[in-house]
Design a binder for this molecule. Structure first.
Ligand SMILES: C[S@@+](CC[C@H](N)C(=O)[O-])C[C@H]1O[C@@H](n2cnc3c(N)ncnc32)[C@H](O)[C@@H]1O
Length: 455
């Protein structure tokens, strides 16, 4: 029960309400006392020591009212005079303040999602009741356990009504997504509009939440990896989704080949590349991951990326404009752009593989990656160097919770697929606990000559 002083301000209980949220039933009138004073006295009396602690302090409820006779009423959190101490009563008399009756009316808009839910759910369901949602643009996404399903539309309507930025509420209906990691979902409340605009790492992502993979909980991991990359890198993102690694990496100057097999992800990936103005450094592909890995070296070699030019500061732009104005009409040669001087980027330096269920099973695609059978007659000498072959960042799940055991389990599965040992510098980063006995890790390692030149 929610109390303010002696007042019970919790919503009325309506257990058993299921299919439809009847907002009209959430009304409560609470009798209280008010102190009637002249407008000039309001401030001093409210702040005075004897009265201060008795003034009503409910969020969203006015504490000073205008009386029809021009006086003001300071609303108190007591319902009878006997709840005021003798000193307070004496103080009010000395100020010629009159005690009057007043009613505080609360309705549906007053209470929070949790307070109303607690008034509706059977008592045995309250402790474990869903207390939050994952937000993605204008969509709130919840994952209800089956005992809460009879209340799903009420829960959806509550979130919709109470959270101003939310326009659509969905429930994930199964835990098993399809090949593209897209989960079936049902609309609980709001508009059936699933195209969202979501921001991460200063980039804007547009995508259809019902047709592509997106997980806002991976934001920190996306950022961690992108921070490892530099403008010297050419990154091949094998399972790119709508671009949460690829777009921020290219915005920071890395060149990126981004691939996803889901045609919907590919469509939004292209749209996000354009929308974030990174087409110079990012290209989208729509291939199976294995095919993409095999082609990646040739893709970067045949159509190298221009070197990175950092955006000019305002003062640099002004200075350049001045030089150009000065040079106009004279024979002063135009300064050559830094792009013309720096070599183009054609060597892949990083592979990102975020498909944790099965990414490890794609690792054999790196065997013979740089072999003539895979790259044809292309001359890779001077491009790839045995000592600095590409890094691979491969996401995976393991049942092992302890870092040592998890690393041993992952190492064994990775080495089996690569057909070669990982070097001792390989690192194993714990990303998050997905479920009991399901830990997500990222293993990062450098490809070895033995693997990439295997026949
Ligand atoms: C777990 S999501 C990761 C997406 C994105 N990188 C992220 O971090 O949010 C895996 C992605 O792999 C794509 N995918 C699944 N199977 C694939 C395959 N065989 N080849 C290429 N992409 C695939 C899915 O469509 C999905 O977008």
């Amino acid at each position: 029960m929610s109390r303010r002083g002696n007042l019970d301000v919790s919503p009325p209980i309506h257990r058993g309400m299921k299919d439809r949220l009847d907002k009209d039933l959430f009304k409560k009138s609470i009798p209280v006392l008010g102190v009637k004073v002249t407008p000039e006295k309001v401030h001093n009396i409210m702040k005075s020591e004897p009265l201060r602690s008795h003034v009503l302090d409910l969020p969203k409820v006015t504490k000073v009212l205008h009386a029809p006779d021009g006086q003001r009423i300071i609303v108190l959190r007591v319902s009878s005079e006997s709840e005021l101490s003798p000193e307070t009563q004496e103080f009010l008399r000395s100020e010629s303040a009159e005690l009057v009756k007043h009613t505080v009316d609360l309705d549906y808009d007053y209470w929070s999602v949790e307070e109303i839910l607690d008034a509706i759910l059977p008592e045995e369901l309250i402790a474990e009741a869903p207390r939050g949602y994952a937000g993605c643009g204008h969509i709130a996404h919840i994952n209800l356990n089956k005992e809460y399903l009879p209340y799903k539309h009420i829960i959806g309507q509550l979130i919709l009504d109470k959270i101003p930025t939310i326009k659509t509420v969905v429930n994930k209906t199964e835990n098993i997504g399809n090949q593209f990691r897209v989960f079936p979902m049902e609309l609980l409340a709001g508009e059936p509009n699933y195209e969202v605009t979501h921001h991460e790492q200063g980039c804007k992502f547009v995508f259809d939440f019902s047709k592509v993979y997106w997980n806002s909980r991976l934001g920190t991991e996306h950022e961690r990896l992108v921070n490892l990359f530099t403008p010297n890198d050419v990154v091949a993102d094998v399972f790119a989704g709508v671009g949460p690694f690829a777009i921020p990496a290219s915005k920071r100057g890395s060149a990126v080949l981004a691939n996803d097999l889901n045609p919907e992800s590919f469509k939004y990936l292209q749209r996000n590349i354009e929308g974030n103005k990174v087409s110079r450094y990012a290209r989208a592909f729509n291939e199976d991951g294995r095919v993409f890995i095999r082609k990646s070296v040739s893709l970067a070699y045949d159509r190298p990326f221009p070197s990175y030019i950092p955006p000019k500061s305002q003062s640099e732009r002004k200075k350049e404009a001045k030089v150009q104005r000065h040079a106009r009409g004279t024979n002063v040669p135009k300064p050559s752009s830094p792009e013309n001087r720096a070599p183009p980027r054609r060597r892949i330096t990083q592979y990102v593989m975020n498909l944790p269920d099965s990414a490890i099973t794609f690792l054999d695609a790196f065997r013979g990656l740089l072999s003539p059978e895979n790259v044809g007659k292309r001359d890779l000498s001077g491009v790839y160097d045995k000592a600095s072959l590409p890094m691979v960042h491969c996401y995976c799940f393991t049942k092992e919770f302890e870092e040592d055991k998890a690393a041993a389990d992952i190492r064994q599965r990775v080495e089996e697929k690569l057909g070669a040992p990982l070097d001792e510098k390989a690192s194993f980063h714990h990303v998050r606990s997905v479920a009991p006995n399901k830990e997500m890790f990222c293993v990062s390692f450098r490809l070895s000559p033995e693997v990439v030149l295997a026949s």
